[in-house]
Ligand binder design. Structure first.
Ligand code: ASP
Length: 253
């Protein structure tokens, strides 16, 4: 990671957090805020969702026929395939397939995944989570990861917390990660940070790399990860956007 590249990532994070922050500052809902943040990340080619999404092993970027049909029926805008293509993701697929052909698992987390997500708590105390992803580089066409599965990679319940995760999706599904955090709060009386950190650490011990962002009904945040780094940011009532990439302290962006 060069300083220049890190600055691009921080700028992308800043735009996304600011988009959600502005919705909330204008009295908007948590749901609209997370949607605005995630749309900003989908449009940014650096992140693995929308423009810049990773490729399946068949060299496609896909959302499934049913999803496309649903979007058409809802009269959403469509973009050409070229819009989603980035050379970096194409090269990442080539590298992942090369490693597999040589009998090695591609252990480079940055190359393999990088889902985007957001959580928010609005003035009315409503919590929301949104997650969007290209999935994992070299995945089987048609694979559905954890991101769209409520309780695995995405979850929100006003009684407990909102969670959006990134990482090796099969592990997040198996351990129902997002719901597990809510359950530890609801049934175990844990704080958000204790619940989120313990689940992410346990996941790491069984080989499930990744992390998540979470917020509870009091506005407390947790952003734990068990891999080398996780692009992340937040804003609270003062509106200042903070970002971080590795283990360093959050810095105003
Ligand atoms: N969780 C996503 C998936 O497994 C990948 C990612 O987080 O980048 O599809």
């Amino acid at each position: 990671m060069t300083a220049e590249r890190a600055a691009f990532y921080r700028a992308g994070l800043r735009r996304a957090v600011a988009a959600g922050r502005d919705v909330l500052a204008g009295g908007g809902s948590a749901l609209d805020a997370v949607t605005a943040s995630v749309c900003a990340l989908e449009d940014d080619p650096l992140f693995n969702a929308g423009r810049g999404a990773v490729f399946t092993r068949a060299g496609t970027q896909e959302i499934g026929d049913g999803a496309s049909e649903f979007c058409r029926a809802a009269r959403l805008d469509f973009a050409d395939r070229d819009y989603f293509f980035t050379e970096a993701r194409w090269q990442a697929l080539a590298e992942t397939l090369k490693q597999e052909a040589a009998g090695r698992a591609d252990g480079d987390e940055a190359r393999r995944h990088g889902t985007v997500g957001a959580v928010a708590c609005d003035r009315a105390g409503n919590l929301a989570a949104a997650t969007s992803t290209g999935g994992m580089t070299g995945k089987l066409p048609g694979r559905v990861g954890d991101s769209p599965i409520i309780g695995a990679g995405t979850y929100a319940d006003n009684a407990t917390c909102a969670v959006s995760a990134t990482g090796h999706g099969e592990f997040f599904i198996r351990y129902a990660v997002a719901h597990e955090i809510a359950a530890r709060i609801a049934h175990g009386g844990r704080t958000l940070s204790a619940a989120a950190e313990s689940v992410v650490a346990e996941l790491g011990r069984v080989g499930g790399s990744g992390g998540l962002v979470a917020v509870d009904r009091a506005g407390a945040l947790a952003l734990p990860f068990n891999c080398a780094g996780m692009y992340r940011g937040y804003a609270k009532d003062d509106g200042i956007v903070y970002t971080a990439i590795y283990d360093e302290d959050f810095a105003p962006a």
